[in-house]
Design a protein around this ligand. Structure first.
Ligand SMILES: [Zn+2]
Length: 429
């Protein structure tokens, strides 16, 4: 059994911060320590206390003055879109048809999938993201490659074979039956193996027939502990087309509800243009609105209405949405989320932002017992952040005196250079 002690400034959230200086929402130790045994955090607290309880000969790694936090979580990202990012498109549907549906066809090739699985996890870890919920491509081989690589690296990853049986190029479509069968095969092969979680993944209403959404709903009933991931109300033209395809639905949200896909397991990517009725039924179901700020700005989709979402009691998450998103970094993502709320006349405190990227996203995924905090018993997925990582940050850092100010500096000027060390299940990567 490997035992090691990480020393540093430790920060872990206990609840959603309610104000800029909500000190009850987190635990911070200026000279803190995490004891790691067998891939898990076995004790957390002040260094002096943890050191006393550690057995003789425990390896001590001193990360001071870095900030130790739970690894970032990205609950909406597309594994086959690394080469779609930074594509010049007018809007969502243009971007999908011109770039994305072309690129994703390359994932029919197993070697291509394997190569990109390695590149994908290399990049996530470089950015301090230790868990992600990813859409694979329509090909079963893409999900197999994704989970094989996640298993090899002992990562806690969520992923799903995309289901799409219309309104896409023929090589990129399955059928209601084959989408069901292939998803089931991916679940049987990978769910619960290593640290893997499989998600039921109908891309969105436009690319699924009613028969396919029914099949996805059947899977959700057969595997009630699985997450469901899809897209909802991202763009005006998308919403209009969806309602043309599903004329009986009350609204976009109702399309998923009537196929058994709206539950506390549902991760609804974007959720920008929602009526009060939709917000109420999403809150009632306990589904999660996943905000993807860099993507929403990049594609010109709209400004996420965090204030109304919270007023309705809808659960939230924050994600990159690569390749519609423009950065793999959760720090860059928090910065853009802050700016979107500025444009909406709503304040988003840095404490709440960092809660969302760690504990908040873990809660959204139903995994807070395992990831998202530094609490004893959690998996030891940990990052060490340097708020003086660049010359500009170093200069600004000189005038900072509070934790909230430091977090705001990290989200405003930080990026991959800020992430100095990453541990996955207690092992440095
Ligand atoms: Zn997406």
């Amino acid at each position: 059994m490997t035992t090691r002690l990480l020393r540093g400034r430790t920060l872990s959230f206990v609840s959603r911060p309610q104000a800029r200086d909500d000190h009850a929402s987190y635990i911070y130790e200026e000279d803190g320590a995490l004891l790691i045994e067998d891939g898990k955090i076995s004790a957390a607290g002040a260094y002096a206390d943890i050191k006393r309880s550690a057995s003789e000969g425990t390896e001590i790694i001193d990360h001071r003055p870095l900030l130790l936090m739970a690894g970032f979580i990205d609950p909406h990202i597309h594994f086959p879109q690394m080469q779609v990012t930074a594509s010049y498109a007018a809007n969502l549907l243009d971007w999908l048809n011109t770039y994305t549906f072309v690129e994703e066809q390359r994932f029919a090739d197993a070697d291509h999938c394997s190569r990109f699985a390695q590149l994908f996890f290399d990049e996530l870890l470089r950015q301090g993201t230790t868990t992600a919920a990813a859409y694979c491509s329509v090909h079963k081989s893409s999900a197999d490659a994704y989970f094989a690589e996640a298993t090899r690296r002992n990562l806690l990853m969520i992923g799903g074979k995309v289901m799409m049986d219309r309104n896409a190029p023929e090589p990129l479509t399955d059928t209601a039956q084959s989408g069901y069968d292939d998803t089931k095969a991916v679940i049987e092969s990978w769910h619960g193996k290593g640290r893997n979680h499989v998600a039921i993944t109908p891309r969105f209403a436009i690319t699924s027939t009613a028969a396919q959404l029914d099949a996805a709903g059947t899977l959700a009933r057969e595997y009630p502990d699985l997450l469901i991931q899809t897209h909802l109300s991202e763009n005006d033209a998308e919403i209009a087309y969806t309602l043309e395809l599903y004329p009986d639905a009350k609204d976009y949200t109702d399309v998923y509800a009537r196929h058994g896909l709206l539950s506390d397991k549902a991760l609804l990517g974007h959720a920008i243009h929602l009526s009060d009725r939709e917000m109420a039924v999403i809150a009632e179901a306990g589904a999660v609105a996943v905000h993807c700020p860099t993507s929403n700005l990049f594609l010109g989709s709209g400004l996420f209405d965090l204030k109304r979402i919270k007023q309705h009691g809808v659960r939230t998450a924050i994600a990159t949405d690569i390749g519609g998103g423009s950065s793999y970094s959760l720090l860059r993502t928090l910065d853009e989320a802050y700016k979107i709320q500025q444009l909406r006349g709503h304040r988003l405190p840095p404490l709440e932002n960092f809660w969302q990227a760690t504990r908040g996203n873990a809660e959204a995924l139903g995994l807070v017992e395992r990831i998202g905090t530094l609490e004893a018993g959690s998996d030891a997925d940990i990052i060490a952040l340097d708020s003086s990582a660049t010359p500009a940050m170093q200069i600004r850092r000189e005038t900072i005196s509070t934790l909230e100010e430091e977090l705001f500096l990290l989200q405003t000027l930080g990026d991959d250079r800020t992430v100095r060390q990453v541990y996955v299940a207690g092992e440095a990567v």
